[in-house]
Structures are given as C-alpha cells and as structure tokens.
Design a binder for this molecule. Structure first.
Ligand code: FAD
Length: 484
C-alpha cells in the first residue's frame, strides 16, 4: 500500500475501536500506515456491551462491518423507567423513534463482537501489529520515529494516538508542546480529566421474567441501574457516584474485591418487576468495577502528533456515544488527510499543512464533542438523581416534555454525525430527519417538530442551565484544589 507517490505514512498507536477504524479508513483511502497495539490480540478485549447509534452505524457500514454486526442484534423493544422499588413509571418505544428518524436501528451487543467485526473485515490485516506498546515518539524535521517497548522503531509522517483515555501518546504530545512553548498545555487542561462516577459493568445470561430487547433504567439516590436484554445476554451497568471527584493525574483503580463489595451493597435492590440485582450479579459471566472519566481536551494535536477517540474525548457511558464518537473522529481526520493527499499526490506534506489539517480536524470535532459530553453528563446525573434538581427534572420535567421530544433532542445530535466522504453509502435507509451532510436534505423535519417546539425549548433550556451549573462547579473544583 502506497500513498500516491509522496510516501505519506501514518503510525497509529492503539488497536481498539478507534485504531481499527483508522486502519479501515486509511485502507479505503489507500494511505500507508501501521497500527501498533500493546496487547497480544485486538479481539480479546474485555468489556461489556456497546450501543450503536445510526451515526456510528453509517461509518461501520462504509467499512463493511454493519452486515455482521446487525446479525448479532435483536431489535430493541421497550424502555422502562423505574423507581427505586422497581415499579415502572413509564415505558417508551425509544428505539422505534430512533429508527423512524434515521432509518437505522439503535442496537446493543457485546463490545467484543464490534471489535472482532472491525478486525475480521479489514482488507489487509498485516497492518495491525500486536504486542507493540508505544513508549516513545521522536519528531524529526520531516517525520516521526515511534518506539515500542520491545525495542522496535517505526517511521512515518504522523502519529495518531488512539491509545485510550490513559494515552501515552497524549502524555508525549503534552511534554513536547510544553517543551516547545512553555505553558501551552496548562495544568487546568490536564486536570480537566475528571472521574465523578464509577460503574459496575458486566453481563449475565437470559434472566427469567425479563424479555429480550428491553431496557430498564432504575433511578436511585446517587446511583442508577441500566439493564439491557439481548439474546443470551443481560447487560448491566450500575452508575455509582464517588465520594469525591478525582482529577488527572490521579486515577481510580478498582479490584475484583471492590466490585464484590459494591455489588453486595446493592444485591437486594430490584432492577425490574421480578429480578433483584443480586441475582444478576450471581449469574454474571463477566463483571467489574471501572472508572467513568469525563473530558473533552482543548488540544488534540501538536507537531506531528494528533489524538483521537477516548484519548481526546471521554464520556460517561449512559448516552452510549463514546465508540460512536471515535468512529466519527476517525472519519473527520482521514477525510481531511485524504483530500490533501489526493489534491497533491506528488508533494511531500509539509509540517505547516499537517498543522492546518490537524487544526481543522480539531475545530470540526471539538464543539460537537463538547455538546455530546454535556448531554452524556446530564443523562448520568439525571438517571442517578444526582441532587434535588436532577431528581425533579427526571421525575417531572422529562415526562412532561414527552418521549417524542426527547427522541428529537437525540436526533439533533445524531444527524450531525460525520462519515467518510470518499466512500459511497448506497444503501443508507431514509428516515424522517435529514442528515446534516445530506446534500439533498430530502427528508422532512422530525415527526413531532410542529407540536414539539415548547417541549424541546424547555428541555434545551433546562439542559443549558444545568450545563452552566456544571461549568461553574467544574471551574470551582479545578481551582479549589492544589495545582499539579
Ligand atoms: C463498559 C463500557 C460500555 C460502553 N458502552 C458504549 C456504548 O454503548 N456506545 C459507545 O459508543 N461507546 C461505549 N463505550 C465507550 C467506548 O467503548 C469507547 O469510547 C471506545 O472504546 C473508545 O475507543 P478507543 O479506541 O479510543 O479506546 P480504547 O477502546 O480504550 O482502545 C485503546 C487501545 O489502545 C491500546 N493501547 C493503550 N496504550 C497503548 C500504547 N502505549 N501502545 C499501543 N497500544 C496501546 C489498548 O490496548 C487498546 O487496544 C463504552 C465503554 C465502556 C467501558
């Protein structure tokens, strides 16, 4: 694989969802690259489930993965909202509303199946090298040298750090930036990586009394359960507020014993009309306690290094948007690289051009990711009744606003999704909401648009008010602690 005649080569650090998607996007654009993954098998990733929204599905369809993935998923049916005693206070058909608006389903499946599908459908798997933990990056005048822990060295034009929330490449980028321009990456930016919630995640087999394709959200004071049923799998999440917010460089780590302790506290609590959490935990196939970091960093590039996926933007998982966002960021960056390379096939890309491309990528993605982060942030706190305001909004305002308006609010986010602009998407199903990148914009407005303006406006106002509250408290918490 060569990049026209200019020999442009990308070194991708990390072979998770973002790294494998990068390989697809680069192979589809015929851009030379290698993916360096720290572990021995990209498909053996642990983890629980992943929800895919239509904006992520479009990109997976372009990569030839959607046909496999959809075979693993049963349609989502009812979404229940439940009080702490397990009583349902509402049931909606949110998944149907998403399908009406965008044509694609909202699906949930084991995360490993998505990663496997990304790997299995790669045209050239030799691009993925395993047991290659990136430990250093040296920038030269006309390229980069990437060093791995086994002593190997890989040369290229740029490095893309797809190495997750605790990114080594991001650490290197920060150090390079502050060496070149003292103070460029501030302590406040680093500390903006914050963990307020932890999550007990995992899955059990089918549970008697719970039907397939349902989603149960159980609200409690300071925590919430989310349980999603698929064939042979009952995925569970318990979102638990930590006693205090933890900022980078501190990082909460939880042991199996910590997970057992948290699960034991919750074992008598219902997650549906008939099932207690303890029953689910006892039957679990997999279960662990993880930190839920939240951040959208200010700087996504410096020199010849860019960061992408969880290394640049990390969300709580209630909105199920992190992986979908990694797919969008991949499309955004490779669209820009591809356009430049195809326009100048015989010219080596200068450092200035690279900086411009990276800056355009960041400016395209950052505002959208801040919006997504805010919505995920709200959802986590609403579901966990985090304070009286959140409880009031979840109990009374959202039911008043109505499910159709909530679906419209999500649709506003989904329709702005970014896909590969050099790969056709011939079979894209039509929905009632036009995609922002659809040149024809044939589809009509959201079904409920005419009747929804007051409800949508109220929801927007509440979320904006709360966003301002969030920003103020974040600033307060950043400046109330000792600087690093
Ligand atoms: C429990 C859970 C549920 C989730 N549910 C959803 C959901 O429903 N929908 C959704 O869209 N998102 C979901 N997410 C988020 C989603 O999984 C992430 O946003 C996504 O996986 C990010 O992909 P990534 O490739 O950026 O990072 P990661 O998946 O973290 O991958 C990083 C990769 O880099 C490798 N690596 C790390 N350091 C190095 C190094 N130094 N050198 C080389 N390789 C390295 C790692 O081994 C790993 O393979 C969920 C996350 C969790 C934890």
């Amino acid at each position: 694989m060569t990049t026209e005649k200019n020999g442009f080569r990308v070194i991708v650090a990390g072979g998770g969802i973002a790294g494998l998607a990068m390989s697809h996007a680069l192979q589809l654009a015929n851009i030379d690259h290698v993916v360096l993954e720290a572990y021995g098998d990209v498909r053996s990733h642990v983890g629980a489930s992943i929800g895919l929204w239509p904006n992520g599905i479009r990109v997976l369809e372009q990569m030839g993965c959607w046909k496999d993935i959809k075979n693993h998923c049963a349609p989502m049916v009812d979404s229940y909202n439940r009080l702490p005693d397990g009583r349902a206070i509402s049931v909606s058909r949110l998944a149907d509303m998403i399908k009406v608006r965008h044509g694609y389903d909202f699906v949930v499946l084991e995360r490993q199946l998505v990663v496997s599908s990304l790997y299995d459908n790669l045209p050239d798997k030799s691009r993925i090298l395993v047991n290659k933990r990136v430990s250093g990056v040296t920038e030269t005048e006309d390229g980069v040298e990437v060093h791995t822990e086994d002593g190997a060295k890989y040369e290229g034009d740029i490095v893309v750090g797809c190495d997750g929330v605790n990114s080594t490449v991001r650490d290197i980028m920060w150090a390079n930036a502050n060496r070149a321009i003292p103070g460029y990456i501030s302590a406040a930016e680093k500390r903006s990586l914050a963990t307020t919630y932890a999550c007990l995640i995992g899955f059990a087999p089918d549970m008697p009394g719970m039907s397939c394709g349902d989603c149960h959200t159980v609200h409690n004071q300071g925590f919430s359960f989310l349980v999603i049923t698929q064939p042979g799998r009952t995925f569970f999440f318990v979102f638990i507020k930590l006693p205090k917010v933890i900022h980078w460089p501190d990082r909460p780590r939880f042991t199996a014993e910590d997970a057992e302790k948290e699960a034991a506290k919750l074992s008598n609590l219902p997650i549906s009309d008939t099932v207690l959490f303890g029953e689910l935990w006892q039957k679990r196939i997999r279960g662990q306690l993880i930190a839920l970091e939240e951040v959208v960093f200010d700087h996504w590039h410096f020199g010849r290094i860019a960061i992408l996926g969880d290394s640049a933007h990390k969300l709580t998982i209630n909105l199920a948007f992190g992986g979908n966002s990694a797919l969008e960021s991949t499309a955004a960056l490779v669209n820009k690289l591809n356009r430049e390379l195809k326009a100048n096939p015989n010219q080596k890309m200068s450092k200035e051009t690279l900086s411009r491309i990276f800056e355009e990528y960041q400016e395209l993605r950052k505002p959208r990711m801040k919006k997504v982060l805010n919505l995920a942030y709200q959802l986590t706190r609403l579901q966990a009744w985090d304070g009286w305001f959140m409880k009031f909004v979840q109990r009374f305002v959202i039911p008043w606003v109505g499910d159709e308006r909530v679906a419209d609010h999500f649709a506003d986010l989904v329709k702005g999704g970014i896909k590969l602009d050099y790969v056709p998407l011939p079979n894209q199903p039509l929905g009632t909401v036009a995609w922002d990148d659809d040149p024809k914009k044939e589809a009509s407005l959201p079904v409920s648009k005419k009747s929804s303006s007051l409800g949508l406006w109220a929801l927007g106002l509440i979320l904006s008010l709360n966003a301002s509250y969030y920003l103020v408290s974040l600033l307060r918490s950043q400046y109330a602690v000792q600087p690093v």
